[in-house]
Unconditional design. Structure first.
Length: 100
């Protein structure tokens, strides 16, 4: 059975990743052609993910990364920057290996 939710009821809902990390709260919904396109999430200061956002106050999560909506919203960890991505961005130049 298809469940219908009011968008107004999702504003302020807590957002967690599918790995169980607390991310923040839904601040706004983005609509395109009368369909949900994405969710603007305000990052919580006490979130483990806040350091990886470089001081950003929020992040827009595309709707396809939302896995579940209920009392809380669960998003895919792939939608959120992580330490592994930061390490890959630095690349091999950051590690000093001597070929002598």
């Amino acid at each position: 059975m298809l469940k219908i939710r009011r968008l107004k009821g999702t504003i302020g809902a807590k957002v967690f990743t599918d790995a169980g990390d607390y991310f923040g709260e839904i601040e706004e919904v983005n609509l395109m052609n009368n369909k949900v396109d994405g969710w603007r999430v305000r990052v919580a200061r006490d979130s483990n993910l806040a350091p990886f956002l470089g001081g950003a106050k929020g992040l827009i999560i595309p709707h396809q990364f939302v896995k579940a909506m209920g009392d809380v919203v669960v998003v895919s960890k792939a939608a959120v920057p992580s330490k592994e991505e930061d390490d890959m961005a630095e690349g091999p130049a950051s590690s000093s290996v001597s070929m002598e």
